[in-house]
Ligand binder design. Structure first.
Ligand SMILES: [Ca+2]
Length: 311
């Protein structure tokens, strides 16, 4: 049994990630959700997290709100992809559950440090602001964690917010850089991997066919999501990015990757937030992350939607 905390800026793919984990109590114990500004401002990402949990009947799980802006830069959001609310495409009721008391980075430190060393994994689906703040508050956190599994960055795929940067790293490059320099065990799932996992009509069909509140809601939410990607990339569907993190925890055999050196660009205006991946080891510097590069996309969708529909 692995204990996890999801740090997230919920658009629908984030929600699929943490709900699929909640549907897997035999393998994953979800301790909390922590929210951060990213796809939309933090007030909305918190609201979306609560909406998703209430839909799943899991409003007992604490949601801690975190940083409202990156460490040193103004916030950049992605309403052009996910709509004004971050959850456009299906009207879920306004949540009635209150947020948990406390600031997300403090909650992360307290939850992890109160448990035995090497037992809690952080699942990071958003800009890494909260995680960098938690490391700053508690230097022992990096070695106390089991590790971090994150969706972010790109190797040879190019960027999705600028030509060179993936959105999560671009929004808070300084935070991403601090996390990669923290010394904790990191598994990075970049766009190179998630762009192989497209939400086609065929893969989405089980959600529609289920006819359950969860199936219907996520069928519509993911349908909205994929419109943007279809138009932008000309693909049959958009990538289901963030749920790859949960899939990796449940079934790492769906992925292949390599231990390599990753550094984050924090100063160049042209390549800000770029993840520089030393795939061939040319720098001679020690690896600091397992970078995943391939995914069994059919196996991924089967696994994640089967778990989601358990709720
Ligand atoms: Ca996200």
């Amino acid at each position: 049994m692995r204990s996890v905390i999801f740090d997230t800026d919920p658009s629908p793919d984030d929600a699929v990630a943490f709900l699929a984990a909640l549907a897997s109590p035999g393998e994953l114990e979800v301790l909390a959700i922590t929210t951060v500004a990213g796809n939309v401002p933090v007030g909305l990402t918190s609201k979306n997290a609560l909406k998703a949990l209430e839909l799943a009947g899991r409003s007992d799980l604490p949601v801690y709100q975190g940083a409202s802006a990156p460490l040193v830069r103004p916030l950049v959001t992605a309403e052009h992809v996910h709509g004004r609310t971050g959850f456009d495409g299906y009207d879920l009721p306004e949540p009635v559950t209150p947020l948990a008391n406390g600031f997300a980075p403090d909650a992360i430190v307290d939850l992890v440090m109160s448990r035995p060393e090497g037992t809690v994994t952080l699942c990071c689906l958003a800009p890494l602001t909260n995680i960098a703040l938690a490391f700053a508050r508690e230097p022992r956190l990096a070695t106390h964690l089991a590790g971090i599994v994150l969706m972010g960055g790109a190797m040879s795929e190019g960027g999705n917010i600028t030509p060179s940067a993936e959105f999560n790293f671009y929004v808070d490059p300084e935070a991403a850089s601090r996390v990669f320099e923290s010394g904790t065990s990191i598994t990075m799932i970049p766009l190179d991997c998630t762009h192989q996992a497209l939400i086609t009509d065929e893969r989405l069909e089980p959600l529609r066919a289920a006819g359950t509140p969860i199936g219907t809601a996520f069928h519509h939410l993911l349908e909205f999501n994929k419109r943007f990607d279809r138009a932008k990339y000309g693909w049959p569907g958009g990538p289901l990015h963030d749920a790859t993190v949960t899939a990796y925890l449940l079934a790492p055999e769906l992925f292949t990757g390599r231990n390599v050196r990753v550094d984050i660009e924090c100063s160049s205006p042209l390549t800000l937030g770029m993840s520089v991946v030393d795939w061939w080891g040319v720098s001679g510097r020690p690896p600091n992350a397992l970078v995943l590069r391939t995914i069994d996309a059919d196996g991924y969708f089967r696994l994640i939607f089967e778990r989601l529909l358990r709720l």
